[in-house]
Every structure is written in C-alpha cells, then in structure tokens.
Design a protein around this ligand. Structure first.
Ligand code: UT7
Length: 333
C-alpha cells in the first residue's frame, strides 16, 4: 500500500479590490433598493475591481499572506492551483501569472474552472497532490472578477456578485488524519443554461451580434438555481458527513459558498445545524464565485470561530451545474 500523508491547512490569505460598492451605490445605477437586496440575499456591499487592478495581483497578495502564516518561502511551493473562470487573459492560466508575479521557481501551475464550486474543487485537488506524496506544499487559490462578466443593466444578476481572491497553503503532514479529509462532488451539465455565459467560448466567439445581444454576459434563472442550491448543499453535506462517520454535532463550523444567506439557512435547517455553527460573511463581499469559501475561511479564522482540533465542513454549488464538499480537520492555532 502506498503511503498516504496529511494535507494540512497551514496558512490562509485574502485580498479584495479597493473599490467598495454598497447597495445604496447600486440604487443610483439600476432600479433596485438596499431593502430588496438585503432581504433577498443578505448582501450589503461588494468589492469590484478599480482602475489598474488585476486579479493576478490580488492573488499574489493573498498568496503571500498564506505563505507567511505557513512560515514558508515562495520557493517551497511545488504546485500552484487556481480556481477561477476569469483569469486576466483567455490564455495562459491565472496560476501561471501568479507563479511569475510571485517569482516561484520550483512549481507547476494550472487552473480549475468549476465556477462557484471552484474553491472546493481546487482545495481537494491540491490535497490529492499532497496526500499522495506528489507535492509537499501546494498553493491553492480561489479568485474571480465577476464584475467583468456581468451585465450591469441586469438587476437580477449584477447585485449578487463581487470580486476577490483567497489563498490557502497545504503542507504535507505525517498524520493522514490532519487537514483535508473525504470529499464528494456532483455535476449536472444538463442544467448549464440556468447559469451561464453563452458566448465567448469556441462555439460562439464574440462578434458584433453577440455584443448586441449581450450573450457574452452572465445570465441566470435565479429561481431554478435557488431550488437546486438548497438540495446541492444539503446533499454535499450529507455525503461528506456519512463518508466521515460524522453528524452535524461533530462539526465546529459549517463554511458554505456564500451566494445567498437564504439558501445557506434553508440548507442548514435541513441538516440540523444551529445558527452558531454556520458562517456567513456574504453581507461584506456578495458572491465572489471561486474566492468565496476561501474568504469565509480566512474571516472565520480571524474571528476565532475555530481552533486546532476542530472539524470544519465546507460545502458549495455553482454553475455547471456543480456541487461538492469536504471536511477539514483543523490543526493550527
Ligand atoms: O453561486 C451561484 C449563484 N447564484 C445564486 O445563488 C442565485 C440563486 N437565486 C437567488 O439567490 C434568488 O433567486 C435571487 C436573489 C436571484 C432572486 O430572488 P427571488 O426571491 O427568487 O426573486 P425573483 O427572481 O422571483 O424576483 C422577484 C421580483 C421580480 O419582480 P416581479 O416580477 O415580481 O414584479 C423581479 O423583477 O423581484 C424583482 N427583482 C428585483 N427587484 C429589485 C429582481 N432583481 C431585483 C433587484 N432589485 N435587484
């Protein structure tokens, strides 16, 4: 039997763009109200990319924080994986840009596109590199700049999203029970049209007609995604807990993808989690797509919501449709 290592979470980092856009600011641009946005989603504000800011720069700031906390040098990283669908360029990957800006010399680098489930896919993929012994230190990044992809005249989508980057360092540990544990993932590509950008891929390159019809912008069937999301979150949680032989009382903190507080609360109720066990920071950032779970991890850690020896349940869903989850046995203070 090959040896399995632990994939310990050794450091966390985050970076938001400089421009804060409150619901009140949006009231001046589109036909919406602070009251509608807060009551339907829990969002009070979000950050969006300002002049001269780039997603790769945000990633580098977040990555350096995570490396500092892990007490690692940039040359210790032997794999960089970015969850994103909005790299600075169509080619190459965001991970390659981050590798270059960090000056990391001993690493591979690649992206994963799983939309809002991106952080969880990236985290679990990184953990496989560490658990198998293929890598010693993996830099996991979740980052998106959705403000560049939405239709700012579509009030049903533009109020929901924000930009940001989060980073996490996975370090090899002798004990396989430390760090990232079981995972579960699901996919239903049949639901692609409920949350998608139709144009800009190989099937429909952007041309004048696309620009006119705005098919290069995000469109979403909100109600369909809402219903799917509650099921997706509860299924992901149940599957991972059952693989680990745990129930909700064993979990110190549930850290879900932050898309809508109503979705999270509805799923948590089905799963028998108390309010104290659920982490929410959507009020500050909106839905930051692949960055959201990492931002929630960093903020909840900073707020002292968990400590060494605690178990965290991470769950998410998004375009694809995609969903999944994992458990982290937290080991650092
Ligand atoms: O990571 C995955 C990302 N996506 C999601 O998680 C989204 C899941 N879906 C949702 O979160 C919810 O469906 C929304 C928050 C998007 C919408 O909430 P809802 O309770 O499903 O509202 P609705 O779409 O049924 O719209 C209700 C009304 C409509 O007006 P009428 O037709 O009843 O007159 C909308 O036109 O609210 C209107 N509306 C708005 N009003 C003010 C839609 N967007 C807005 C807005 N401000 N921004």
């Amino acid at each position: 039997m090959p040896r399995i290592y632990g994939a310990e979470v050794a450091g966390l980092g985050k970076c938001l763009p400089s421009k804060c856009l409150t619901n009140k600011d949006l009231e001046k641009i589109i036909d919406t109200t602070d009251e509608w946005i807060q009551s339907r989603t829990g969002i009070k504000q979000r950050y969006v990319m300002g002049e001269g800011e780039t997603l790769s720069d945000l990633c580098v700031v977040a990555a350096k924080q995570a490396l500092d906390q892990a007490n690692l040098h940039v040359d210790d990283i032997d794999m960089i994986i970015c969850g994103t669908f909005t790299s600075d360029h169509k080619l190459p990957s965001l991970a390659a840009l981050v590798q270059d800006k960090l000056g990391a010399k001993n690493t591979g680098a690649f992206d994963i596109n799983a939309a809002c489930t991106g952080f969880i896919y990236t985290l679990v993929t990184g953990a496989q590199f560490v658990r198998s012994g293929a890598s010693k230190n993996v830099l996991v990044i979740g980052a998106d700049c959705c403000s560049s992809q939405i239709d700012w005249e579509d009030r049903s989508t533009c109020v929901l999203f924000g930009d940001g980057a989060s980073a996490l360092v996975l370090r090899q540990h002798d004990d396989p029970n430390v760090g990232v544990q079981s995972s579960y993932f699901g996919s239903d590509g049949g639901g692609k049209e409920s949350l998608w950008i139709e144009a800009g891929g190989s099937l429909m390159p952007v041309d004048e007609e696309v620009l006119k019809t705005k098919k290069h912008r995000v469109t979403m069937a909100g109600k369909d995604v809402f219903k799917f999301a509650i099921n997706a979150l509860s299924t992901s949680a149940k599957e991972v807990l059952s693989q680990e032989g745990l129930d909700s009382s064993d979990i110190k903190l549930l850290v879900p993808h932050q898309a809508n507080s109503r979705i999270i609360n509805a799923a948590a109720k089905r799963l028998d989690f108390s309010d104290e066990q659920i982490y929410l920071n959507i009020d500050k950032y909106g839905n930051t797509v692949a960055a959201s779970v990492g931002l929630a991890l960093r903020d909840s850690y900073d707020e002292g919501k968990f400590k060494s020896g605690d178990k965290l349940l991470i769950i998410g869903f998004g375009a694809g449709l995609s969903w999944g989850g994992t458990v982290i046995n937290w080991s650092i203070d």
